[in-house]
Design a protein around this ligand. Structure first.
Ligand code: PEP
Ligand code: MN
Length: 366
């Protein structure tokens, strides 16, 4: 629908009425935040192949009729006919043209470490972070995360240091309620973006539960051992449930061929996911690289890979830090040190500036 056509308007009602007058056709109404405006979209579901587009194009309030031919109905670009689907959450805008860095703890351990982390982020003007309370571990004997019991102090400290969004993995649908309750108890001191981990990328029941709530946005990590198309279809479960506030995260692919990194880095897919979908794209250099290996030039592989993703237009960077990685209960070996944050952020800025220069060059060809 055209800009400013409200979902509850007479115009929308008339389009829905016409659509549902065709046999075997039902409709779904969606309101999404586009890059520059709020959009109302009406989806026609069912036997739509024989429906002509012209009667809909005749409505004054209809901006465009798009025949969806590809698989990714809700998140797909559909041959570039649909614009990117960014969103605003707790004062932060995430979209295909912005960049936010989410440095933080892989897992919440002590109150002191959380406070040291947040204090450091605030001193560098960062309001987006990561913190795991529920950890999906390869071995049942490994630390599983402090769960709901760490949420009160985590959210309290997030409020104290003005953290606006915490990316936090959930591994079971009961965690949604625990998080929502703890957020409410904290007086909504911060915001949470629900993270779907790579191991749960095809946990369809979890995806449905996450998609059916629209209060909290979602960071969906690609499956490490499935195709990109399978991951995008899985992500579509979240969107089809009604939650369109999704960031798609690349985090490397499983490979056991003695590769130098924990996962085979897939940041070459940043532009691919931006082309196939309307979603902002995140990169996770920590879980891709998995170590603090350094190149002979003096830059850590994590810095190099981050730069590769950012120079290709990534919209978010999820990266592990820890005040004392030796103490970390999860993924210490890949954590950056707090004193490395300023150089990391400078490096990200260099890569982002280069990306923006590259964009200018294509926008104004000589
Ligand atoms: C994480 O981000 O802490 C995590 C477990 O990531 P992944 O699901 O990508 O392994
Ligand atoms: Mn981790």
């Amino acid at each position: 629908m055209k800009a400013d056509v409200r979902p509850d308007s007479e115009d929308v009602r008339r389009v829905i009425e016409l659509a549902e007058s065709y046999p075997e056709v039902s409709t779904q109404l969606h309101q999404i935040q586009g890059t520059t405006r709020s959009l109302t979209e009406i989806y026609l579901l069912g036997s739509t192949g024989v429906i002509p587009t012209e009667p809909f194009e005749e409505f004054e309030a209809v901006e465009r009729v798009v025949r969806i031919t590809e698989k990714f109905r809700a998140i797909g670009r559909h041959e570039a006919s649909l614009e990117a689907m960014g969103f605003e959450y707790n004062g932060v805008h995430l979209g295909q043209d912005t960049l936010d860095v989410f440095p933080g703890l892989c897992a919440v351990d002590t109150r002191e470490n959380v406070e040291a982390m947040f204090r450091c982020l605030q001193s560098h003007g960062i309001r987006t972070t990561r913190a795991g309370a529920y950890k999906p571990r390869t071995s049942p004997y490994d630390f599983q995360g402090h769960g709901a019991k760490c949420l009160p102090f985590l959210f309290e400290l997030a409020g104290k240091y003005d953290m606006r969004i915490i990316a936090m993995e959930v591994t079971h649908e009961s965690h949604l309620e625990e998080i929502q309750q703890a957020l409410a108890d904290s007086g909504n001191a911060t915001g949470v973006m629900l993270q779907v981990g790579t191991r749960n990328a095809q946990n369809f029941e979890l995806l449905k539960a996450i998609g059916q709530q629209t209060e909290l946005p979602v960071l969906f990590k690609r499956g490490m051992g499935i195709t990109l198309s399978e991951s995008l279809n899985a992500c579509e479960y979240v969107a089809s449930g009604g939650n369109r506030r999704i960031v798609f995260c690349l985090r490397g692919m499983k490979s056991n061929l003695g590769d130098p990194h924990r996962n085979f880095v897939d940041f070459g897919h940043v532009s691919v996911v931006k082309r196939l979908t309307r979603l902002p794209v995140c990169i996770d250099p920590s879980h891709s690289v998995g170590s603090r290996s350094m190149a002979p030039d003096g830059l850590l592989d994590i810095f190099h890979l981050t730069a590769q993703g950012v120079i290709a237009g990534a919209n978010a960077v999820l990266v592990d830090f820890h005040p004392n990685p030796k103490e970390a209960l999860c993924d210490g070996p890949q954590a950056l040190l707090l004193e490395e944050l300023p150089t990391f952020l400078e490096d990200v800025k260099i890569a982002r500036d280069a990306y923006e220069q590259r964009l200018q060059r294509v926008a104004t060809p000589q």
